[in-house]
Design a protein. Structure first.
Length: 120
């Protein structure tokens, strides 16, 4: 099975890996561009959040409460999510420049502000 990438509107994505892993990135499923058929969270193995704006955190905690996926987020955001009920797991809160390995995936955090894009 090939990798399936589904755009969920705004900055949200769902990935189905060839091995069957279900991965959400910035799961804001309530945005106006998210297809109606994708608004209800599906089972997930991993949720990755890039930063703490509401349109990136989205339905992370709803997905976690339903399916208990691993939640990967930058350290400061990860600590905030833990205050919202996510169990503490130091493995899933890397710093910028860090890479973590989980479930056969490598997830790296980069500093997008300095990657040749628009200046600060």
């Amino acid at each position: 099975m090939p990798t399936k990438l589904t755009w969920l509107g705004s900055n949200a994505f769902h990935i189905q890996s060839p091995s069957g892993l279900s991965i959400y990135i910035d799961p804001w499923l309530e945005n106006s561009d998210c297809p109606e058929s994708e608004r209800k969270p599906r089972p997930a193995d991993v949720v990755a959040i890039t930063h703490g704006h509401f349109d990136h955190v989205g339905q992370c905690m709803d997905i976690w409460r339903l399916y208990s996926p691993r939640v990967v987020a930058p350290q400061d955001l990860r600590r905030w999510l833990e205050k919202q009920g996510l169990p503490h797991d130091h493995r899933d809160g890397p710093d910028i420049g860090g890479t973590i390995e989980l479930l056969g995936l490598s997830i790296s955090l980069t500093d997008a502000r300095h990657s040749g894009g628009a200046p600060d």
